[in-house]
Design a protein around this ligand. Structure first.
Ligand code: DGJ
Length: 331
């Protein structure tokens, strides 16, 4: 009787902690992912900044109880990439350029400027029709913010919508931006103060959700086709240098899988003591409930200029060694 009661109490405790969304230390691509408070992580279209031994995950905060007139960027921190602590809303912005109802702030990314000591937040800023097509810049003295709006601009004078971030092994920082009239996207190095960009490379491929990684002397760039919130087969190309020459684009996964319902947002390189793992970070958008859009993170299979996104299954990483472990059990 006592044992039965104990088992019942234990199962109730487990069920309630799962319902409360306890962090499990396992990534389940496409499942809900919760922070240290048990709340859904709000870091959509996000980016990761590694600083002083800590990973900081910034992204669109689409919480249902947000003030609908404002746009928000949330910040989470983690040492192990599996458990995320909410650090607060880094940005809570009122329409800075009078863009009107439905104005857009998407895909925020934070860069660390070692020479100025400032943290610089970039995001896609737009009106409801996506015709403003600029980046916005905000600055803070603390990584978690609060960030102060500085300006918006068109990088290289071009229309800019989806943005991505890349920091090379030598510390140089780049903005990736899609530019529809050019039928392609740019990789552009940030200037010394990170307030502007200079052209590094133009890729004549109409792709958004741009992401880049540098692995063993090869650059891999990833992007998705322009199908709004709907998933499509994401593609990649490689080059020996950022300036090219770039190969043709190839699909990351079987085309019929449509990237397992996800859209690229970042390639995160974890250079561990034993292996280097590259994590494909993507979003599974729920346009009618953006607050419940899911994260699709999977380690990529890479080598010899090839990149393959395997089908989703639960996994975890040892952020010190870089080694990944896949759960034997199914979902
Ligand atoms: C695709 C982009 O990648 C998203 O960030 C968002 O802008 C949607 N389009 C809007 O349709």
């Amino acid at each position: 009787m006592r044992r039965k009661l104990f088992a019942l109490v234990l199962s109730c405790v487990l069920a309630s902690s799962l319902a409360a969304g306890a962090q499990t230390g396992v990534v389940r691509p496409g499942d809900q992912w919760r922070d240290n408070h048990g709340r859904l992580i709000q870091a959509h279209g996000g980016g990761i900044t590694f600083w002083k031994g800590m990973y900081y995950w910034f992204g669109e905060d689409r919480s249902r109880d947000n003030d609908p007139a404002k746009r928000y960027v949330a910040c989470y921190s983690s040492r192990d990439l599996m458990h995320w602590r909410f650090c607060g809303k880094s940005l809570a912005l009122s329409d800075p350029e009078h863009l009107g109802p439905g104005w857009v702030l998407e895909r925020p990314k934070v860069f660390v400027n070692a020479s100025t000591g400032k943290f610089v937040l970039y995001a896609h800023l737009d009106d409801a029709h996506y015709s403003f097509a600029r980046v916005m810049v905000a600055v803070s003295n603390r990584i978690q913010g609060p960030y102060k709006y500085v300006k918006s601009y068109r990088p290289l004078g071009e229309e800019s919508r989806d943005i991505g971030q890349f920091v090379d092994d030598d510390g140089s920082a780049y903005l990736i931006f899609e530019s529809r009239p050019t039928h392609g996207f740019f990789i552009a190095r940030l200037t010394g103060d990170f307030m502007n960009v200079e052209k590094t490379c133009f890729l004549p491929a109409p792709l958004e959700g741009g992401a880049l990684v540098h692995l063993r002397g090869t650059y891999y760039v990833v992007g998705s086709h322009m199908t709004g919130w709907k998933p499509n087969p994401n593609v990649y190309a490689t080059a020996p240098a950022l300036t090219g020459p770039w190969t043709e684009f190839r699909t990351l996964a079987p085309a019929a899988a449509r990237n397992y319902g996800s859209q690229s947002t970042m390639l995160l390189k974890v250079a561990g003591s034993k292996v280097t793992t590259v994590i494909f970070m993507a979003d599974q958008w729920h346009p009618d409930a953006l607050w419940d859009s899911r994260y699709f993170w999977m380690p990529l299979e890479m080598g010899a200029g090839n990149m393959h996104l395997p089908p989703p299954r639960p996994w975890s990483i040892d952020a010190t060694t870089g080694e990944t472990i896949f759960s034997a059990a199914g979902r």
